[in-house]
Write a protein that binds this ligand. Structure first.
Ligand SMILES: C[S@@+](CC[C@H](N)C(=O)[O-])C[C@H]1O[C@@H](n2cnc3c(N)ncnc32)[C@H](O)[C@@H]1O
Length: 292
């Protein structure tokens, strides 16, 4: 186990990046010590990782999901949240559900959110608001060359908790009302915020070089992590964990928010990149004028 530890210059939060098998790493953590887990495990869809083999027999893979999710359930506090991002593929559409069902042995599925990576809004709808509009296509997706499958533009974010009854900060993660008459009509709407619902349009940031800008085949965007943490309720976050941190996305968002986090990654190349990203973001936070 190789550990890199950073202290946040403003919040004094501790950011720990540990190169280790997450099962080994989580063994050292105390029961119910974690407020939020935001993570995305390998999906067993044959993705070409640097060292991890993503082509394990299905039963073996699901047993492994069972083992690490049991460990997460042990360290997650009674009022904590696990936000689990999983995708599927047109050829293997059940994998995300199979993973969620296994995790359901240890935790309760409280919400199912949909991460929309790309969407097209028809001109007909837009013209009702803005005459002359054309169909609007937003975001990025990997095109599928197929006569039977449509392009896959979405993944799941399963929200698990111990009891299924953990209160969320829906408004902090919310959006203003479209119809402002609601703001005056309803007392609960006087702050002009409503729950965003379970669809999140979060496109990947545009990059020019994958090798330089995103040297990993399966990252999630920072905004996804931020949304999950805000929805859980930032004032209730004591410690964030990501057992599969890849390039360090979860850790970088914790730096921005001044939160304690402990993250694991098996692969030394990805971990090295994560360490650099966190160090760079800490430098940016140190020199930024914005208060946390
Ligand atoms: C889907 S990726 C996560 C990417 C991450 N969310 C990001 O934004 O960079 C899954 C990661 O899990 C790592 N991994 C696989 N098995 C692991 C294990 N037992 N313990 C820790 N990390 C593991 C892989 O090397 C891979 O980087």
């Amino acid at each position: 186990m190789i550990e890199n530890q950073f202290v946040h210059p403003r919040s004094s939060a501790t950011i720990r990046l540990i190169q280790a098998d997450c099962l080994e790493g989580m063994k050292a953590m105390e029961d119910q010590s974690v407020s939020v887990v935001v993570t995305s495990p390998p999906y067993n869809l044959g993705i070409q990782y640097n060292s991890y083999d993503d082509t394990v027999p299905r039963a073996e893979y699901l047993d492994w999901i069972d083992r690490w999710s049991r460990a997460v359930a042990r360290i997650l506090s009674h009022s904590g949240s696990l936000f689990l991002n999983v995708g599927a593929s047109p050829r293997d559409p059940w994998i995300a559900m199979d993973v969620a069902r296994r995790i359901g042995h240890h935790l309760t599925l409280q919400n199912t959110l949909h991460w929309i990576k790309s969407i097209s809004i028809d001109a007909e709808y837009l013209r009702s608001r803005n005459p002359g509009s054309d169909t609007l296509s937003l975001g990025h997706y990997k095109p599928i060359n197929s006569h039977r499958f449509v392009n896959d533009c979405h993944e799941y974010i399963f929200h698990f908790t111990a009891t299924g009854d953990v209160p969320l900060d829906r408004k902090a993660a919310g959006v203003p009302f479209q119809d402002k008459s609601n703001v005056h009509r309803w007392k609960h709407a006087s702050d002009d915020l409503r729950c965003r619902g379970n669809t999140l349009f979060i496109p990947y940031p545009t990059i020019t070089s994958r090798k330089l800008d995103r040297p990993h085949p399966a990252t999630f965007p920072e905004k996804l992590v931020r949304h999950c943490l805000v929805l859980h309720g930032l004032d209730r976050v004591r410690l964030v964990v990501d057992p599969f941190v890849g390039l360090g996305t979860t850790a970088v968002v914790c730096v921005d928010l001044g939160l304690n986090c402990s993250c694991f990654e098996l692969d030394p190349v990805y971990m090295n990149e994560a360490v650099h990203r966190v160090a760079d973001r800490l430098k940016a936070v140190t020199h930024s004028r914005t208060l946390l």
